[in-house]
Design a protein around this ligand. Structure first.
Ligand code: BEZ
Length: 212
């Protein structure tokens, strides 16, 4: 099966989750979405990641971004694990976790990398826009927990660059200057970027974040 790539349609699916059955596209509605996989329930790194997701509830809500976790264990296992996560991470997990026992979602989204493990998913993160396109993908091995500051930063960049013709430079954070893309002719810069700009090299031009 071909890997999903940036710009592809995000495949739809129906799945049993800890919040009831969902149709993925319907559940997303007009929100941005993060679909991310976990190697297994009752594992330590995943416990910390799901805890962090719950702690960041307001940060995802502010960004109109819904989060959906995937694990190939069953619903009973998920419910028991959620209790442990809430207890140990001091949080309240109230976003859905898919019980992907038939590995339907894991297969659709290429979350099993057979040379890493033939049965457990790796740590995939798919960023999906409201038009249900894949906008970014990050993948970590089971042994490396993800950085949720980076996940939020990617959402900020994706949303900004979807709405404005800018790019975000290395380590960019909300509020910092952004990059004028190379395709914009210098004679158009003043009218298109009324907040001003700096030319470091003809191909390296900065402008203040347009929506701040
Ligand atoms: C974990 O989530 O803690 C984990 C899962 C598989 C391998 C290593 C760690």
């Amino acid at each position: 099966m071909m890997s999903l790539r940036i710009g592809d349609d995000a495949p739809n699916f129906k799945a049993q989750t800890t919040e009831g059955e969902i149709d993925f596209h319907q559940w997303l509605g007009n929100s941005w979405g993060i679909l991310y996989s976990h190697p297994a329930d009752y594992t330590p790194v995943c416990t910390t990641e799901l805890g962090r997701t719950a702690q960041l509830k307001e940060d995802f809500a502010k960004r109109k971004t819904k989060v959906l976790a995937v694990s190939v264990d069953d619903l009973d296992s998920h419910f028991g694990w959620v209790k442990d996560i809430n207890e140990t991470q001091n949080c309240n997990v109230d976003f859905p976790i898919i019980a992907d026992t038939d590995k339907n979602v894991a297969t659709l989204y290429n979350m099993i990398h057979p040379n890493a493990s033939t049965s457990a998913t790796v740590r995939s993160v798919y960023f999906i826009s409201p038009d249900k396109k894949v906008q970014a993908i990050i993948t970590y091995p089971a042994s490396t927990g993800r950085n949720f500051t980076e996940i939020l930063r990617v959402v900020d960049s994706l949303k900004l660059t979807a709405e404005h013709n800018v790019a975000t430079p290395v380590d960019w954070k909300v509020g910092q200057d952004v990059i004028i893309p190379p395709g914009v002719k210098q004679e158009e810069v003043e009218s298109k970027y009324p907040k001003g700009h700096r030319v470091i090299k003809p191909y390296l031009r900065y402008t203040p974040q347009p929506d701040k």
